[in-house]
Design a protein around this ligand. Structure first.
Ligand SMILES: [Zn+2]
Length: 403
């Protein structure tokens, strides 16, 4: 798997920045830093323009818009980490493309062949809203390989917290199916690498506003990976996404009970998410006792995202980051991989990312104030729903009974 000419050499070389656009970095490898993995080549994926994410121009509009999963959103995430107050806490690493044999640890060869063929033929729409254009496949390989490098950095003991800043995203990509702007399941590949490297159990907490169906499906029959997804209650959205994301999709066989879906009512905000974390996520993770923590983040659960209907603000993201860090410290010797997924509001997503990483660093005070949060939250309904999910899980899931 890692038999290629030292694919993690950039990381092992000691936090050297190899990309021209990245700042020169420190050589500190303490626990109080985040190791960010990035490669400029991921900017070359261009899903085009149209009516929102359709890629269609019916001819009625003078002004079309960029596909929501455009490079600008990630340019701002990169920028805020380089220029924002968190920058002294960050070490930069250059990512690398995944190798085809690495992809086969999560995806089938038939599926990968389909993507390679689509790329060779100049690209096409793989499924609704998901466009593999010229440059997309190379970017997808970089997203997968960069996430593998971020995980490898932790596994090799070079750092405790890695953040994989990648696009195209991955958590909807299933072993045999692209979906929801995703081709390769970056987080799923990293989880499998952790298992193949000796980790006995891995937890994945996914706070992107959409159900992490691809990651769930990849480990649906496994009791070694606990997948937890907090998402809006969007249900299935077509042939590429048959999963409902409902509470009763619990896993199969040995994996029964190890996929926890937490569909939250539209409008759930900071207090609702905090309640879900405290009542559902933290107790389940403590019972599961993982030795590696993976936090899958999407800022499309923010109050201003065009692709989500939730109301998280920077404060809420910060608290989620803090709670996950506390769990990682308690259960996983501080080992935490953070993987980027969605988040489509081009400016606020970057601020919410900054807040999440502040939380993951467990900083005592916010470093950056929220420029726009103002929606009042009425959390009563969310809290009622979370209470009923808790009861359902206690009644149904063997490892949570009596918790
Ligand atoms: Zn999403």
């Amino acid at each position: 798997m890692w038999g290629s000419p030292n694919p993690s050499m950039g990381a092992r070389a000691g936090l050297v920045c190899l990309s021209s656009s990245l700042p020169t970095t420190t050589t500190t490898t303490g626990d109080d830093r985040i190791h960010v993995f990035w490669h400029d080549g991921m900017l070359n994926h261009d899903p085009g323009t149209g009516v929102f994410d359709s890629g269609i121009d019916p001819g009625f509009l003078d002004v079309l818009e960029n596909h929501p999963e455009n490079s600008d959103r990630v340019k701002n995430m990169l920028s805020i980490l380089k220029k924002g107050p968190l920058s002294p806490f960050i070490s930069w690493h250059t990512g690398r493309p995944a190798l085809i044999p690495e992809l086969l640890t999560f995806h089938t060869s038939g599926y990968i062949d389909e993507l390679v063929e689509a790329d060779r033929n100049g690209g096409k729409m793989i499924c609704a809203g998901t466009f593999l254009n010229s440059g997309s496949w190379d970017a997808a390989l970089l997203a997968a390989g960069t996430t593998l490098s971020a995980m490898k950095h932790i596994l090799d003991g070079h750092g405790k917290i890695s953040y994989s800043l990648v696009r195209p995203p991955g958590h909807h990509a299933q072993p045999t199916q692209a979906d929801g702007y995703c081709f390769l399941n970056n987080a799923g590949l990293a989880v499998q690498l952790a298992l193949d490297s000796g980790c006995k159990s891995v937890v994945v907490v996914d706070i992107d506003v959409h159900y992490g169906n691809g990651t769930a499906e990849g480990f649906y029959h496994s009791d070694k990976v606990l997948t937890i997804s907090l998402h809006m209650n969007h249900g299935s959205w077509g042939p590429s996404h048959p999963h409902s994301g409902n509470v009763d999709e619990l896993g199969d066989g040995d994996g029964f009970g190890y996929n926890l879906n937490i569909p939250l009512p539209n409008g759930t905000g900071d207090r609702g998410y905090e309640f879900a974390m405290t009542e559902l996520v933290v107790p389940a993770v403590q019972k599961f006792q993982p030795d590696m923590m993976v936090l899958v983040i999407g800022q499309d659960s923010s109050a201003f995202d065009p692709n989500g209907r939730q109301c998280l603000t920077m404060k809420g993201y910060r608290e989620i980051g803090r709670k996950i860090r506390t769990l990682a410290d308690k259960l996983c010797d501080g080992r935490l991989l953070i993987v980027q997924e969605g988040g489509y509001q081009v400016t606020y997503s970057a601020y919410c990312l900054h807040a999440t990483l502040e939380g993951a660093l467990n900083l005592p005070l916010p470093l950056l104030s929220d420029p726009i949060a103002y929606y009042p939250e009425d959390e009563a309904f969310s809290i009622e729903v979370i209470g009923s999910i808790k009861q359902y899980q206690r009644d149904t899931i063997p490892f949570l009974k009596g918790s």
